[in-house]
Every structure is written in C-alpha cells, then in structure tokens.
Design a protein around this ligand. Structure first.
Ligand SMILES: N[C@@H](CCC(=O)N[C@@H](CS)C(=O)NCC(=O)O)C(=O)O
Length: 306
C-alpha cells in the first residue's frame, strides 16, 4: 500500500459529538490579546520578519470575511507568486479549523489542524485558532493572526518584490481609511451579526446598520469609491461584509428587504465584484445559508467615474 506523504494528510470529518463545539475559555483577568500573535513584517529587519518571496504562507478560509480582506489585498498587491495561500475546511468542531478534502491538505507543514501551527509557535497554546493566519517558513512559526495588520503589511511591505496592481493603502489616504474604520467596523463589520439577532436584542444594531447603509448610499451617489478616487483598503473592508449580507445575516430578511434598498451602495458592491481580485476570492457557497436567494451580482453597475 502506498505511504501517504505528510502533505496529503487530512483531518477526520468535523464531529462535534466526539470533539465538542469550538469554544474559547478566556479568563477575565487574562491580559494577553484576544488574537495572540501580532508580529509585523518590516523591511528594515527590526521585527525579524523581512519581506522575501516564498517566505510567508497565508492560511485562509473562504467563508470568512476577515480572511477575504487579506486575500483580496494580497491579489491587488500582486503577491500571488510571493505569498502563498491555502484554505481550511468550511466547518469546524472543538479542534478548531482543519484541513480536509474540499480545500485540500496543508501544503506547507502537513498539519491536519490549524491549531498545530499555533502549538508549534507557543507550547500549550490555548487561545483562538483563527483565520487568517500568517505563517513564516523561515522560523517555522505563526507571525500573526491579526487580520488588520496582516492586510496592511501585505499591501505595503512587498513593493520591491512585486508592482502592486492597486496601491490599496496609499499614504495620503491612511488617516481617512482608519477614520472610516472607526465608524464602519463596529456599525457594519461587527454590527451585522448583532443586527441578525431577532427581536429587541438586535434592534439597536439593526437601526445603526441601516443608518450606516443610508449614509454610505449617499456618499456613494456621486463617487465611485469610499476614499479618494481609487479603490482602497476601505472598500475592501466594507465589501467583504456587503457580499455576505443578503445570503448570510439578512438571508431571511430579518434586517431589511435587501441591499438593493440602497441603490448606490448595491451598485458600488456589484462594481467591485467585477474586479478579478474580488471575484476570484469569493465563493458564495461557503457563506450562503440554506434557502437564501442570491441577488444578481452580474447586473451592470453603471457607476460614476472617479
Ligand atoms: N473576529 C476576529 C477576526 C478573525 C475571525 O474571527 N476569524 C474567524 C473566522 S471568520 C475565526 O477564525 N474565528 C475563530 C476564533 O476567533 O477563535 C476579530 O474581530 O479580530
């Protein structure tokens, strides 16, 4: 019988009866960050993580908006041949994210569970096992599972190795991008899950979310992108939530009749879907709830020129 190489090893199917549900027990007095690994890539060797072709690997999840932010950024930074990527399975049990048939084995370490990458970095690791996770082949450890700084580093630190298709984090717009994030991250990116809670529990979040959509709709009536006149990180951050909205949290129309109620915002979202980096990193089946109707993402967007 042929021996399987370590790189074709896969986890056994997700099974909550045997392994329990995935959950994190966090002591209230634990001072460590929620997402434990927060190292940065820097081109002046101050962090030890220097940008080199082939050095880093991104563990992503098709279902995950935080992960998709980073895979879109990677594509727009033109890093397809510089930073490799692979995907965990769409479902998990108490063991956390795992590598299974659908998206293939771990091509770097042959791990069957993403947790093993964390344990290789910190003995007895007991924190969040999350995607995206950035792995360093040179030191054989996790660099970061902080999606925000992973995205910024991919957008800014590899330019000597690859000419970006789009500069998604231009110096002149960084303050405005982060200012928008201070509003949109709680109101929209995190607000959607709260808004999906039925009844009074979700009421506040629903009105905050719909107010934010209305303000964005107005903002996007006369401009193609959120900040400046090119696509930036601000658009990526918003879009990954918009693309999931009508088939995820709002699949059963618990928040509103649909994104189409905000015609400029909806056209803006469709316009971004025409960008190959957005389209190629989207797998609707990985985040569409059973019975949800997929809106027509291919309808022409007719957006204002920047
Ligand atoms: N929720 C994180 C972003 C990353 C994240 O939540 N990823 C999800 C998948 S979409 C995950 O892997 N969660 C496992 C965990 O956080 O333990 C944050 O707000 O910083």
């Amino acid at each position: 019988m042929p021996r399987l190489s370590s790189f074709s090893r896969l986890a056994t199917p997700a099974d909550s009866r045997t392994h329990g549900e995935y959950r994190i027990v966090r002591r209230p007095d634990d001072p460590r960050p929620l997402y434990r690994f927060t190292d940065r890539i820097s081109d002046d060797s101050s962090t030890g993580f220097t940008p080199r072709a082939g050095r880093y690997h991104l563990y992503g999840g098709w279902f995950c908006p935080w992960s998709q932010r980073v895979t879109i950024t990677r594509a727009l930074a033109n890093l397809d041949h510089v930073v490799t990527v692979s995907y965990v399975d769409n479902v998990r049990d108490g063991r956390g994210w795992a590598f299974r048939e659908q998206h293939g084995p771990d091509p770097v370490n042959g791990f069957t569970l993403l947790r093993q990458a964390y344990e290789a970095t910190e003995e007895g690791f007991d924190g969040h096992v999350s995607v995206p996770t950035l792995w360093d082949r040179a030191t054989a450890r996790v660099v970061s599972n902080e999606f925000k700084t992973i995205g910024i580093d991919l957008a800014t630190r590899f330019r000597h190795l690859a000419e970006p298709i789009v500069d998604t984090y231009p110096l002149r717009h960084r303050d405005e991008i982060e200012e928008l994030d201070n509003w949109l991250n709680p109101a929209v990116n995190h607000g959607v899950s709260q808004a999906g809670r039925p009844g009074p529990d979700g009421e506040g979040a629903r009105s905050t979310l719909l107010d934010a959509f209305a303000t964005l709709d107005q903002r996007l009536a006369s401009r193609r992108y959120l900040v400046g006149n090119t696509l930036t990180e601000a658009d990526i951050r918003l879009w990954v939530t918009l693309v999931r909205y009508d088939v995820g949290v709002n699949a059963h129309r618990v928040v509103n009749p649909g994104l189409h109620e905000f015609p400029h915002l909806w056209a803006y979202a469709r316009d971004l879907y025409t960008v190959p980096a957005f389209r190629a990193t989207t797998d609707f089946s990985s985040f569409t709830l059973p019975g949800a109707d997929l809106p027509d993402w291919h309808a022409p967007a007719n957006r204002p020129h920047p």
